[in-house]
Design a protein around this ligand. Structure first.
Ligand SMILES: Cc1cc2nc3c(=O)[nH]c(=O)nc-3n(C[C@H](O)[C@H](O)[C@H](O)COP(=O)(O)OP(=O)(O)OC[C@H]3O[C@@H](n4cnc5c(N)ncnc54)[C@H](O)[C@@H]3O)c2cc1C
Ligand code: FES
Length: 241
């Protein structure tokens, strides 16, 4: 974990209530897709966790949905402003765990870390595919960016983009070797029934974000685990529904 100041390079709307913020600063503590940063938002006591969509040593990109005061505050930040981030938190996805053809499934605000993961899988010579789901056509983001990397199927519940339905309507394919998923709990619960090994990222409510308060503890097959420290990514088989 590292604490540092980051400068806003850009902060632009991508879709309904969804924004992309590019930040310059020391991101060298980020080691795996699915790890998260904890952002200080205004005078709020609790930081807000976000899993970067991408990074390199001197920058990182956040994609976030404005759902409450913290993320609404972020959406108002302008180029040149400074943010205080804890970086390199938690355990991320292991791209080495997948076979040849990983299946990535993401819902809404759960999609950002899958962008970095997709880049890593492609760099390893694997042939991933992505199923992405949103409530509405107005919510779709990063479709083009993902399509530049891998085959993508889009589902929206209102049918205004892609296929009408949910990611869980997508039939598994015989060639899928491994599942990586991030999104709302009902989506993850439904995906847990797929007969594939996998890893899932849980977006539990958090307080400290670095393992000190126990506020994010969940029960797993191996006993209690802190989502912020032993997760947020867990082996699919470890999770209890
Ligand atoms: C490890 C991790 C990574 C995350 N990555 C991203 C990301 O890349 N992009 C993104 O948009 N969001 C992400 N989130 C969710 C994000 O942290 C919350 O949306 C944010 O903290 C909300 O803060 P707020 O002050 O705007 O809203 P709040 O007032 O705190 O909450 C507004 C509403 O959102 C709900 N909510 C808040 N936090 C969560 C949560 N963690 N899970 C489910 N519902 C929640 C609340 O119950 C409430 O209904 C992530 C969460 C975790 C734990
Ligand atoms: S949020 Fe404090 S231990 Fe996880």
């Amino acid at each position: 974990m590292r604490q540092g100041l980051f400068t806003v390079l850009s902060n632009r709307p991508l879709a309904r209530a969804v924004h992309e913020m590019r930040l310059a600063g020391d991101a060298s503590a980020m080691a795996a897709a699915g790890q998260f940063v904890n952002v200080k938002v205004g005078n709020a006591y609790l930081r807000r966790p976000l899993s970067p969509a991408d990074w390199d040593e001197g920058w990182l990109t956040l994609v976030y949905k404005a759902v409450g005061p913290g993320t609404a505050w972020l959406a108002e930040r302008a180029q040149g402003e400074t943010l205080d981030l804890l970086t390199g938190l938690g355990r991320g996805f292991d791209p080495g765990a997948a076979g040849e053809r990983p299946l990535l499934v993401g819902g809404g605000a759960g999609l950002p870390p899958l962008f970095r993961l997709a880049r890593e899988l492609v760099a390893l010579g694997k042939k991933p595919r992505l199923v992405m789901g949103f409530a509405s056509g107005e919510d779709v983001f990063y479709e083009k960016a993902f399509k530049a990397l891998l085959p993508v199927t889009v589902y929206t519940e209102d049918g205004r983009a892609g296929t009408r339905g949910r990611v869980t309507d997508d039939p598994p394919r015989a060639e899928d070797t491994f599942l990586y998923a991030c999104g709302p709990l009902p989506m993850l619960r439904a995906l847990s029934a797929l007969p594939l090994p996998g890893q899932m990222s849980l977006e539990e409510r958090m307080a400290c974000g670095f393992g000190a308060c126990m506020g994010c503890t969940i029960m797993t097959r191996s006993g209690p685990r802190r989502v912020c420290a032993e997760g947020p990514v867990f082996p699919k088989e470890e999770l209890l529904w």
